[in-house]
Design a protein around this ligand. Structure first.
Ligand code: PLP
Length: 359
């Protein structure tokens, strides 16, 4: 039977995730592969989260609490909000989709950077919205140009901060200047998946905008520093009016019960967060120095990964690294993105890169 598919859907390219370790080992007949491709926490899940899972599993015959009462309450307490400011997602990815579904009518526009998280473009296109793509400037979001790109049809504006894949950030004063210029009806989406890793003193306090009742949403996740990517749980903090609309399009049980319970425990696990951040910072310094010693110039990073121009076809370097059992991410052209791993993994990556680049 011939299918009738809208061209917006037919034009989408399925998301290509980082290669799973088992798949690479099977393909190349190797062992001990290391994965530095998906910005996961190399120290593993929060131990406090692991400790509650088996007990939480006893009630898997029951549907989850669709309102996620305890977790939303804990997040609200943590960030000095009320629970009606908080929405959960099956990963913060899902909240991006809910935003598109709730706020974009066909032909409505969403402004985003040209090199940023690919999910924005995908979700906007899937809901028949129009992505308006603004080039990065010196590898950072060009907020003045993004504000210039706003039209009466603009409903969403995405600021990925720190930006994936570049690792760069925009500052508090840059955000303030942009917010002062935007028409009020535009919802600004601050995707802060790497918030806990950012160390700059100029990093913007975007929750302040939410507390001022601006049309802004701050997206964060348990997938990165908390080490729970496999459980799929992320959250958004925004005005009760916006959560009200998002809840209208949210699948009722989108945050599963194990994820809710583990996230609650992980949120209290300050030791794991502190250890993860400290290791990332120390290892970032080592990896930066190692890559720089090979004559490359990685971008400064506020996250748990580095973005680097390898000076030649990045796909070839990516594939050569695979043959050394090291999985990184080829983004485009000459650019690779490398997640900071454990000290031993980073050492193996640097050795492999040196070999592959013939330095
Ligand atoms: C990893 C990541 C997310 C979060 O993904 P989850 O769906 O919460 O696992 C969101 N935005 C960016 C930019 C990311 O890199």
């Amino acid at each position: 039977m011939p299918l009738k598919v809208h061209p917006d859907i037919a034009s989408l390219v399925p998301y290509v995730p980082g290669k799973p370790i088992e798949e690479l080992e099977r393909e190349l007949g190797i062992t001990r592969a290391i994965k530095l491709a998906s910005n996961e926490n190399p120290l593993g899940p929060s131990p406090k989260a692991l400790a509650v899972l088996s007990e939480a599993a006893r009630t898997l015959n029951r549907y989850p609490d669709g309102g996620a009462h305890r977790l939303r309450g804990a997040l609200a307490d943590r960030f000095k909000l009320t629970p009606d400011h908080v929405i959960l997602g099956n990963g913060s990815d899902e909240i991006i989709g809910l935003l598109a579904r709730a706020f974009l009518a066909p032909g409505d526009e969403a402004v985003m950077a040209d090199q940023t998280f690919v999910i924005y473009k995908m979700e906007v296109t899937a809901t028949h919205g129009v992505p308006i793509v603004v080039p990065l400037k010196e590898w950072r979001h060009d907020l003045p140009a993004m504000a210039d790109a706003v039209t009466p049809r603009t409903r969403l504006l995405f600021v990925c901060n720190p930006n994936n894949p570049t690792g760069t950030m925009v500052s508090a004063s840059e955000v303030d200047t942009m917010m002062a210029r935007l028409p009020e009806q535009v919802i600004v989406v601050f995707d802060e998946a790497y918030y806990e890793y950012a160390h700059s003193r100029d990093f913007p306090d975007t929750l302040r905008l939410v507390k001022q009742n601006r049309n802004a949403i701050v997206l964060r996740t348990f997938s990165k520093v908390y080490g729970l990517a496999g459980l799929r749980i992320g959250y958004g903090m925004t005005t009760p009016e916006i959560t009200g609309y998002l809840n209208r399009v949210r699948p009722p049980f989108n945050a599963n019960s194990l994820a809710q319970r583990a996230a609650l425990a992980a949120l209290e696990d300050e030791e794991h967060v502190a250890r993860s951040r400290a290791m990332n910072q120390a290892e970032m310094t080592t990896v930066l120095a190692g890559i720089t010693a090979l004559g490359l110039r990685p971008l400064p990073s506020e996250a748990n990964f580095l973005y680097v121009d390898v000076g030649q076809d990045g796909r070839k370097v990516f594939e050569a690294l695979l043959r050394e059992s090291v999985i990184v991410r080829h983004i485009e052209g000459r650019m690779l993105r490398i997640t900071i791993g454990l000290p031993e993994e980073n050492g193996r990556f640097l050795q492999a890169l040196k070999k592959v680049l013939n330095r």
